[in-house]
Structures are given as C-alpha cells and as structure tokens.
Design a protein around this ligand. Sequence first.
Ligand code: ADP
Ligand code: ZN
Length: 528
Amino acid sequence: VSEASSDTPSRALAILKDIFGYPAFRGLQAEVITHIAGGGDCLVLMPTGGGKSLCYQIPALLRDGVAVVVSPLIALMQDQVAALHEAGVRAAFLNSSMTQAEAAAVERGMLTGMHNLIYVAPERLLTSRFLDLLSRTHLSLFAIDEAHCVSQWGHDFRPEYIQLSILHKRFPNVPRIALTATADNVTREEIVERLGLNGARIFISSFDRPNIRYQIVDKVNGRAQLLDFIRAEHDGDAGIVYCLSRRKVEETAAWLVGKGIRALAYHAGMGAPDRSRNQEQFLRVDGVVMVATIAFGMGIDKPDVRFVAHLDLPKSVEGYYQETGRAGRDGQAATAWMAYGLGDVVQQRRMIESSEAEPQFKRVASAKLEALLALCESTTCRRVRLLGYFGESSTSSACGNCDVCLNPPQVWDGTVAAQKALSCVFRTDQRFGAGHLIDVLRGNETGRVTQWGHDKVSTFGIGKELDEKTWRAVFRQLAALGLLAADVEGHGSLHLTAASRAVLNGSQAVPLRLQPERKKTSARTGSA
Ligand code: ADP
Ligand code: ZN
C-alpha cells in the first residue's frame, strides 16, 4: 500500500477536486492530510468553518481500511454522512437513533470493508462489544472531532471522551487525528494529556476571521438595540441571536416577529419536532433570524449567516469566539454584535458563585469571565485582543474592522466619578442597585429616594455633571473591574470590595471608557 509515498499530495489534491469539487486546499489542510495519510498522529486546531472535516475525510480515502470518526452530536454525524453520500463516498453512522437491524448491517459492512468512514458516538465506541468489533476490522485511522470535549473546564465536557485514550492502547498502530476549534493553551494541553497525544504533531491555524466585524455596545434596552442593529445593518439577512435563558429566547423571538422580523426560537426545552422544524427553516429559507440558547449552533453548517448577536454575555472568550464564528463562514462580510451591561456582569458572577461546582472550577470559570470582560471593556482593537487570548500575539496591528478601530471610545479619568459612586454605595448602606444609586447621585427626588431618606445623605446630588447613561457605564465598569460586587441572592444590590478602598482613599486612578455616539456607518461597505 502506498500510504506514505511521495505522491500523497498530488493524490490528495485529485480527491479534493474530483470528489469534493474544490480547486485548492485551505490553510493547513494539505499539510495535515499528508501527515495523517503517512501514519502520523496529530492535533488540529482550526477555527469553526476552517475546514476540519476534509483533514480526516481525505486521508480516509487515501488509506486502506475504515476510518472511525468519533463525534459527539447525532445531528452533525447525519449531516456529514449525507454530504459524503452526495459526493459518492461510502460512509455510514452508528448512533442511538437507528434500529438494531440497521446498526447490525453497518457493523457487518465494517468487517467486509464496505465503508470508507464510520461515524460513531463515543459512548457506543467505548463498549467492549464495539472495541471487539474494531479489533477485527481493518482500520485506516481514528478521527476525534470536537476534541475539547475532554476538557473538564469547558462547557462541552463529555466524560466518555476521557476514556478515548483507550484507542491508542488497544490500537497503537492506527494513526489518530484530534480536531477542535478551541485553542487556548489550557485546553490544548488537556487534550494532549488526556488523549495520550504526546509526540503528536500540533497544527495551529490562525484564528483570525477577517470578514467578521466585532461590535460590542453598552446595553440600555437590549432588544430595542438589537432591532435597530438588524434594521440598520442586516435587514433581511440570516442571523443568530443568542440569549441565556429559554424564556428570554421565546420572548425575544415573539417580540421580533411582532416587529416584522422573520424570527424563530430554538432551545433544549422545546420538543424535538419543533426544534428540527425551526432548524430546517433556518437552513433552507433565506433571511431567517434564529433566536436561541447555546444549545443551537454546534455542527450547524450554514455558510451565509450574516450576523451573530448576543443579548447576554457568554461565559468565556472561547464561547464568544465559537458562537460568533458561526457568522460569515462563506467569507463574505458579517457582524458579531453584542449588547452588554452591568446586569450581565452581575448575573454571570452570581451564576459562578452560586453554583455547586468545586472551588477549582469556580476559579477557572471566574478567570475565563474576567478575560471576556476585559475584551468587552477594551479600549484597543478587539481582534488583536481576541487573537492574543488564543496566543496569536503576532497579530499586533489594529484591524480596522471592529467597533474600537472604526469608532474609538474615549478614555477619560473616571477617578472622581468612581469615588462618588463608591461613596454613594457606602452612604446608602450597600443595599441598593445601580438605578437607585444613580438617582441619588443625580439628585432625583424619587419616591424611593425620599422614602429611604437618601435625599439627606452627603452624596445626594453630587453627580449631576454626568448623565444617566454615563453613570450606567461607570457602574458597569466598576463591577467589571472588581471595584463593586453584587449580592449573591440576585437583588442587584451592590457592595464595596477589598479593592474599593484604594480608589476611595485616592491611591488608585480609574481610567474609564466612554462609548461615543454611533456614527452612521454602513456595514455593507468594506466587504471581505
Ligand atoms: P469546520 O469543521 O472546521 O467548522 P468544515 O469542515 O465544516 O469546517 O468546513 C466548513 C466549510 O468550508 C464547508 O462548507 C466545507 O465544504 C468548506 N471547505 C472546506 N475546505 C474547503 C476548501 N479547501 N475549499 C473550499 N471550501 C472548503
Ligand atoms: Zn480592530
């Protein structure tokens, strides 16, 4: 068999053209394919839409035997196998959606070499019966898709993935390729360690998605801002709107429909028929806006999603990157838009603190949240920050295609404002939320202010020089900077932290960012 021969690259290119119908490889695809076709192990880090599937599909056709692809999602398997069939490739999947007779037929086909690729869920692969079957099968390679599912600290953790290291022990001569779009160092090291990939080559693509314009706005009224954004920049376009809760998904979808937007809902609490009907519509009908929880998206291959919007803060930069990465997979101009406010900071912190998780998990979760908050509050190019997070520090010049580059925020000395805000929190006994505190600072004699006697405290009316919107931005940033914390019960009341003292006694300055009024720019000008 000519597995490691020198004509591998030209044979791979022929398969790319003849079977998949593409003229050229992208990025690192050719290198990865040559490596794995030659029998080497590897870990491939490529952004969503980067073209990971061909990295194992083509070697599967170059090598003799059956390629076994481990994939965590049934929907993803089915789509991939359907696409392979269309291209004329012999592929099949094994999962819990099929009858025993169907599964038995596929398994018999494995032994007789009927398939080039078999997609299988990890829990099935790990049964002793299936491992036994594998030992009687002529195998070409193992592909482990969504390899970050081994990471205990990620939100896609699948306990079965950890046991996939058994593949190497049982079948040491079968090459393995692990693939993921999650690229931070910690996850990378975890994958190598848990899958026993020491000595494997690591291929890392650039994570830059130059056609995506990043835009993070101060949240005032999230859904109204969303509607303005869609109407101004993406009227009639397909998009995804992410919300944290199922209820908010439904309310937002219904509200958008009432405003004439063709919106649908998707979350894990809906019945399977409704979910798949909405997903089908999103895929087949032009210009549908899918309002969804993060249950939606993994494995969705729709190239012309023109925008991804977040009405709530994701949990981490990885989450933000993965979710926004679903926009513009066709390479045309697309927007990643997010509205973010004090409530988001408070809510995410509370979710971490009140979770039952172990302390170490909470520390990791907090650190991940802090990194995302730093991205939200960034006064320098968002893309440079984002790529820096993934270890791409070479990308150091401003991108010209994010809100910070296009419309730079003003940085002002917020020290005095911060001192006023913090002393107002203190003078009102650390029991109130930002809305009330802003009323006190601005000297608004609301019923609540007089009822609590807050028109008599020394901080009443000392903040008239700033408008309400600016004060909101001040409180949000104080929370993001850890200078204020919210109560765990969820009433939104703010209290001082250990770090507040240095600001109050004047030993620490507080530079703050101020979002300028939006310039009327057209999103449609600079295309990719
Ligand atoms: P990933 O799994 O990395 O998110 P996919 O493998 O699903 O990405 O590929 C994303 C899209 O790009 C698919 O529509 C795929 O057919 C297409 N694609 C992949 N490689 C190439 C290539 N070399 N040339 C053109 N299109 C490609
Ligand atoms: Zn930029």
